[in-house]
Design a protein around this ligand. Structure first.
Ligand code: PMP
Length: 281
């Protein structure tokens, strides 16, 4: 399959990345993952919009515009024959001798993208178990930065405890997952952390909020406490790759009866109704 490298489509043995790339040295860059359903990218404008926002927040100017970026990614999806899968795109500040301060104007960002196709026989996801892990990330979690060390450590801690995802908390305030947003349901009301510098403003979260509005489903954008989450009637996480994923257990404590609850199921249905119609082949 082909890769996007800056504005060129190349085979894997033609990808040339410098050992001095600032992504490699510093994690100095930003990225996005866009889900492909039935051969069509879902919410591509929102993802690419956020990519450019993240770039701007780290004072990085991407060498071409959002429309061209989306065109390049759709071409990659089509050429690679992706039906169910995703596109990953990242942009680093470029390659230059290692000093922390930005390189000069002559150094331009390095963009790379690849696609991943999911197997046809992928089983439906089981409800997830979560493990609470202290959120030790920096204070700009609104930026989708390549610096994911704290997220990696948190996810690994969850995996080693037999869990699918970490439930991150700053003191007793629950923020988000290591690669997802989190939602609890109590007495018919959805609770989730407000959009701030402490979480990534997830694109899936935005779609869920839209569904809630359309369904008249009440949402309270107030942080949950660690104590609150254990007694939620329902719990779910959201991300581009998982969509809406019900949660059955947090720190070994069962949520509801461990099966997806009525509010979660209603939202999953509303979410699915928003997915693109498969393109005819
Ligand atoms: N928070 C974090 C820290 C993430 O890495 C992700 C997934 N990239 C999300 C939330 C969910 O965001 P989205 O729905 O845009 O994938």
């Amino acid at each position: 399959s082909m890769y996007l490298m800056n504005d060129r489509f190349v085979k894997d043995d033609e990808v040339t990345i410098s050992i001095e790339d600032r992504g490699y040295y510093f994690g100095d860059g930003v990225y996005e993952v866009i889900r492909v359903y039935g051969g069509v990218m879902f919410t591509a404008e929102e993802h690419i919009g956020r990519l450019y926002e993240s770039a701007e927040k780290i004072r990085m100017t991407l060498p071409y515009g959002q429309e061209e970026m989306i065109d390049n990614l759709s071409r990659l999806v089509t050429d690679n024959g992706v039906k169910e899968g995703h596109v990953y795109i990242q942009a680093t500040r470029g390659a230059a001798p290692r000093v922390h301060q930005f390189p000069g104007e002559a150094i331009t960002p390095v963009i790379t993208a690849y696609t991943k196709s999911y197997p046809d026989d992928a089983p439906a996801a089981e409800p997830a178990k979560l493990k609470s892990v202290a959120d030790i990330r920096w204070l700009r979690c609104d930026i989708k930065s390549l610096n994911l060390l704290a997220n990696v450590m948190a996810k690994q801690e969850a995996y080693e405890a037999g869990c699918y995802e970490a439930l991150l908390h700053r003191d007793s305030t629950v923020t988000e997952g290591s690669s997802s947003n989190l939602f609890g349901v109590k007495d018919g009301v959805i609770h989730t952390h407000p959009v701030s510098n402490f979480i990534l403003n997830g694109i899936t979260r935005r779609v869920i909020m839209q569904c809630c509005e359309e369904l008249g489903q009440p949402v309270q954008e107030e942080p949950m406490s660690l104590e609150d989450v254990y007694s939620m009637d329902e719990f779910f996480l959201s991300s581009t790759t998982n969509g809406i994923l019900p949660v059955s257990e947090i720190d070994g404590r069962r949520i509801g009866d461990g099966r997806p609850g009525p509010v979660t199921e209603k939202l999953m249905e509303a979410f699915e109704a928003k997915l693109p119609e498969p393109v005819a082949t």
